[in-house]
Design a protein around this ligand. Structure first.
Ligand SMILES: [Zn+2]
Length: 411
């Protein structure tokens, strides 16, 4: 990495952090991605990429930049012609400002850049743009395409990544299809470790049924709240069992808890219904069916304690866990490219939180997470380590060479 490229990633990260992109789904008045998307689109145009800007909703934008490889024909898989296509992906939105002072100040001190989104994950976006900058400056012609996707709304409903999955995934519809990629690197922060796996989560609503009656008529009433108590006792015990039984080498343990309980309408009335929300953090390998089965077993145990017990389970939201084959070519390309990259940290890690890589993975785009170092994710003091951002750019550039192949000099 040279000093010029270090200055480039620092300058770009400064501009990205100065552009407020708080997700309006998380904080009222958050402007969304439009301003940061404009910065990215202008950088990509400067580098003569093919640039596409998609407005998904007012102020909610995806930006795509394609650096066409010489072996990658439009609409076809370059793999056939001797090169592979690689996607780099990152989200442009951030969580709210919280109690930050100067959330968009982008102050630099001791090699750290401070501000909302500096680490999660404008550090990754700067790394992606820095990789493209190095590719362009090197004059290398790749065999396959390098596709950069900058997406909206990861912190809330991931509409941006879902649009990318429709445009580039294996099952993309003819009208929406933009092309084919063989793998993706999601540049969420990993402190410069390769992250091949992350946990998922599932949110369920469980409802117990009672029978409404005057509080003085116990022979008519059935209490949905104490019925739920039977199930809550089962869940309490189960919460201790799950982390012991379900473990993963990189992601740690699965877990389950009950963030919300709500039941009954009034004093002096038997509660007709009690509702709980159950949050289950899942590990790679766990499926919607296997988690539901687990909950059904708990309901069955509660039912065994009272013949009148009646409950239904509804899935509210499922976000898949994800793990890429550790021997996948994109993982190997990262490992080969890491030789000589000072900021790189050996050893795989797993993330406890969910990421867009699961959406890309489900769409048939094998994805690995690799990002910069820093701290204060979703907290009041957030920062990115500038050497690691420059190191990430260098690593991604070298990985693109490894993965896509180099056929010579451009133009
Ligand atoms: Zn993130």
């Amino acid at each position: 990495m040279n000093a010029m490229h270090h200055r480039y990633t620092t300058r770009v990260l400064t501009r990205l952090v100065e552009a407020n992109s708080v997700n309006p789904g998380l904080e009222a008045g958050g402007p969304g991605e439009a301003a940061v998307a404009a910065v990215i689109a202008s950088e990509l145009r400067d580098m003569e990429a093919e640039v596409m800007v998609d407005e998904l909703a007012p102020g909610r934008v995806n930006v795509t930049g394609v650096f066409r490889g010489q072996g990658g024909a439009e609409g076809g898989s370059s793999a056939v012609r001797g090169g592979r296509n690689l996607m780099l992906n990152g989200h442009m939105d951030t969580v709210g400002m919280g109690g930050m002072d100067a959330p968009f100040g982008a102050r630099i001190e001791d090699g750290k850049l401070y501000g909302r989104g500096a680490y999660d994950m404008k550090s990754g976006l700067a790394g992606m743009l820095g990789a493209a900058r190095q590719l362009v400056d090197s004059g290398d012609a790749l065999a396959g395409d390098l596709v950069l996707t900058f997406v909206a709304d990861e912190e809330y409903e991931s509409v941006g990544a879902q649009a990318v999955a429709k445009q580039w995934g294996a099952g993309a519809a003819a009208g929406e299809r933009r092309g084919h990629v063989d793998a993706a690197i999601v540049t969420e922060p990993t402190d410069m470790h390769i992250c091949p796996a992350h946990r998922g989560f599932a949110i369920y609503r469980i409802v117990t049924k009672g029978r409404t009656a005057h509080g003085g008529r116990h022979e008519e009433g059935r209490d949905a709240n104490t019925m739920m108590g039977l199930l809550l006792a089962e869940l309490h015990g189960h919460a201790r069992v799950v982390p012991r039984r379900r473990q993963h080498a990189l992601c740690g343990s699965a877990s389950i808890h009950v963030p919300l309980v709500e039941g009954g309408r009034s004093l002096f009335i038997y509660s007709h219904e009690c509702r709980i929300m159950v949050e289950r953090r899942t590990l790679p390998g766990e499926t919607e069916a296997s988690v539901r089965e687990e909950l059904e077993a708990l309901v069955a145990r509660a039912a065994a304690a009272d013949p009148d017990f009646e409950a239904r389970i509804e899935l509210e939201l499922w976000r898949s866990p994800w793990e890429i084959d550790h021997g996948h070519e994109v993982v190997k390309a990262l490992q080969r490219a890491s030789v000589g990259v000072e900021a790189f940290r050996p050893g795989f890690i797993g993330h406890g939180w969910w990421e867009d890589s699961a959406i890309l993975g489900a769409a048939g785009i094998p994805s690995v997470v690799m990002g910069a170092a820093g701290g204060g994710i979703h907290q009041d003091v957030e920062w990115a380590d500038l050497d690691s951002v420059a190191g990430l750019a260098e690593l991604l550039y070298k990985t693109a060479r490894e993965f896509c192949g180099v056929v010579g000099r451009a133009r």
